[in-house]
Design a protein around this ligand. Structure first.
Ligand SMILES: [Zn+2]
Length: 185
């Protein structure tokens, strides 16, 4: 790929759809047994970001570095995002409903609202941390290096579908006039 240089500016694309759903019954499985439990019930079954994208919004979030940047190259006077750079986490504001049967205990069935991060697979005891999942740049350009690392470009992914880096955002904050990669003509 070639394209505008990825910079620490603007926001990522964001990913996912919808403004909440019912997770039990739903992506998490059937209605949970027993009495209603406070949010963050361990019985709630988390699902991958890829699946949760159907019901959960991770909105566009600023492309800021998670660590203090040491760059000797700037583009448009802004630090370029390079392969393997870690950005600040990507949180979701979405909530999902979880339903309980009230059976076999003698209690009323009910519905409890849970944060979507608790319903999502991630790195905090198997669930997404409350602060959101990590974002890491996976450069697609093979031949252009800055400070010894491959340069990021517009549209590069911020995840690799792994539990550690499940983000499905891509780079959108990028240079208006500096292009990287194989450019003909
Ligand atoms: Zn994300």
């Amino acid at each position: 790929m070639a394209g505008p240089a990825a910079l620490f500016m603007g926001s990522c694309s964001g990913h996912g759809a919808g403004s909440g759903s019912t997770h039990h019954p739903g992506l998490g499985g059937s209605v949970l047994p027993g009495c209603t439990m406070p949010p963050l019930d361990p019985k709630i079954v988390p699902k991958s970001v890829g699946l949760m994208n159907a019901t959960t919004l991770w909105p566009p979030t600023p492309q800021r570095s998670a660590t203090e940047l040491a760059r000797t190259v700037r583009i448009n006077n802004i630090g370029p995002i390079l392969d393997q750079d870690i950005l600040v986490p990507h949180p979701t504001p979405t909530t999902h409903q979880v339903n309980y049967t009230g059976i076999p205990k003698v209690c009323s069935p009910g519905t409890v609202t849970n944060p979507a991060f608790w319903c999502t697979i991630g790195t905090a005891g198997g669930r997404e941390p409350a602060v959101g999942h990590a974002r890491k740049l996976f450069a697609t350009v093979k031949t252009v290096f800055i400070n010894g690392r491959r340069a990021g470009t517009f549209g590069d992914p911020f995840g690799d579908f792994s539990p550690a880096f499940p983000c499905t955002s891509v780079v959108t904050g990028s240079s208006p006039n500096v292009f990287i990669g194989l450019i003909r003509g």
